[in-house]
Design a protein around this ligand. Structure first.
Ligand code: ADP
Ligand code: MG
Length: 248
């Protein structure tokens, strides 16, 4: 179960050396943790207020809450798109605020991200959308081919490999974006309202794929405001309201 740490008793600093340790298993993310995290945007909006959260390796966690409550901000802090104003954001053994350049890129390679609006490249085929990032990361053509087929199979899109995004339904486009997020086998998958634009059947398909990845060992964190979907699954839920987290 994910633990909502209500209070951080002894503030244990995470040392930079830990992040650089070569001994880390790159195939797992040991933990995801927020320690007394406040995020205030430059215009003064408090998106998160003294938030504490611990998600352990291999967990599947839903984060729910109304629009504007801070769900996307929480995920952005985890992959370093935003920095906490106060407190520590720890992914694996790393304090995300300490990471810059290559070290931040290396962490991000180990995090798959799925967005509500898919963010596919319209002029590229399904296969190209999925393998694009691997190419940029210098994977060999052979390794890319080795990964592509099982990934498309997992999301049920093997027969659509040569289609362009505008030839696909919304549900299929979202499954392409999941394939793109997981083709590098990241140990942590963050999905920000992945079912926000989908009907109930397609939403359920997406959740089932995420559950399957979780069963293979990935830690999965999904934000949603779809209470019905959350109820249908038996996963722990953390609610965000006005930037504050509580366990449901
Ligand atoms: N870049 C930004 N600059 C200023 N305020 C922002 C920014 N991003 C989000 N916010 C504000 O922070 C709060 C939380 O936003 P967000 O994390 O996107 O919520 P959610 O994903 O739950 O809808 C909202 O009040 C939103 O308007
Ligand atoms: Mg959001």
């Amino acid at each position: 179960m994910p633990v909502l740490t209500t209070q951080v008793k002894t503030k244990k600093s995470v040392h930079k050396e830990d992040c650089e340790s070569q001994q880390h298993d790159r195939n797992t993310i040991a933990k995801v943790q927020l320690q007394s995290v406040t995020k205030t945007y430059t215009n003064g909006t408090h998106a998160l207020l003294n938030a504490n959260l611990e998600v352990k390796k291999g967990e599947f966690l839903f984060i729910t809450g109304p629009s504007g409550s801070g769900k996307s901000t929480l995920l952005k802090l985890l992959y370093g798109q935003e920095l906490a104003t106060q407190g520590e954001v720890i992914v694996d053994e790393c304090n995300v605020a300490d990471l810059r350049g290559d070290r931040l890129s290396l962490l991000r390679r180990r995090i798959g991200i799925v967005f509500q609006d898919y963010k596919l490249i319209t002029q590229r085929t399904v296969a190209e959308n999925v393998t694009f990032v691997l190419q940029a990361q210098g994977y060999t053509r052979k390794e890319i081919q080795r990964r592509l087929e099982p990934t498309l199979k997992l999301v049920g899109l093997l027969s659509k490999a040569d289609c362009f995004p505008d030839q696909l339904s919304g549900g299929e486009q979202q499954r392409v974006s999941i394939a793109r997020a997981i083709v590098g086998t990241p140990p942590l998958l963050l999905a920000d309202e992945p079912t926000g634009n989908l009907d109930p059947d397609n939403s359920w398909q997406v959740i089932q794929i995420l559950q399957k990845l979780n069963s293979f060992g990935a830690t999965v964190i999904v934000t949603t405001h779809d209470e019905q979907l959350v109820r249908r699954c038996n996963h722990p839920v953390v609610q965000v309201r006005n930037g504050q987290l509580s366990r449901k």
